[in-house]
Design a protein around this ligand. Structure first.
Ligand code: UDP
Ligand code: MG
Length: 153
């Protein structure tokens, strides 16, 4: 099954939304298989946000990701990359649909509560960027038969 990365950003940490974010993915039926608090460095953010390196606001978003520690999580499930990305909503919190994390808790493009991997390929790269192998736990989620039909998994 797919695994994807969620970063609970400083905007969520500061606003007391850690539990809310985790609760949503947990209730959806995804399995938490790795989670840790870490202080991001300039180096890891240059790599993680390389696609934005030429943008004028690059330093601003890097700085905003280092204001507090963040929580990185690995969520597993069938099509979890797409599910988690959809649950986060579009980048701009002012435009994100109500019911999504960003739509419900953000009024900003930058201060938008969570990072979520955008493709299956990037999820693999990003998980390897933020987690060591021994920090991702492989264990059977109980009650799988109540989450999926036999022929879905
Ligand atoms: N960002 C920003 N201004 C922009 C575009 C992006 O502040 O015009 C920030 C925002 O926090 C966003 C992050 O940079 O979540 C990464 O941008 P990306 O385009 O990858 O958006 P995401 O995948 O997070 O929706
Ligand atoms: Mg992105």
């Amino acid at each position: 099954m797919e695994k994807t990365l969620v970063i609970i950003k400083p905007s969520a940490i500061e606003r007391g939304l850690i539990g809310e974010v985790i609760h949503r993915f947990e209730r959806k039926g995804l399995q938490l298989c790795g989670m840790k608090m870490m202080q991001l460095s300039d180096e890891i953010l240059i790599e993680h946000y390389a696609h934005l390196a030429q943008r004028t606001f690059f330093k601003r978003i890097k700085d905003s990701m280092m204001i507090t520690p963040v929580i990185v999580c690995c969520w597993k499930g069938l099509h979890s990359v797409h599910i988690v990305r959809t649950m986060a909503g579009v980048t701009n919190g002012r435009e994100a649909a109500q019911g999504t994390i960003r739509g419900d808790f953000s009024v900003s493009v930058q201060e938008n509560i969570v990072h979520t991997s955008d493709t299956v390929e990037n999820a693999k790269i990003e998980l390897a960027r933020f987690f060591n192998d021994n920090e991702i736990f492989e264990f059977e989620q109980s009650g799988l038969g109540f989450l999926y039909a036999n022929d879905e998994i």
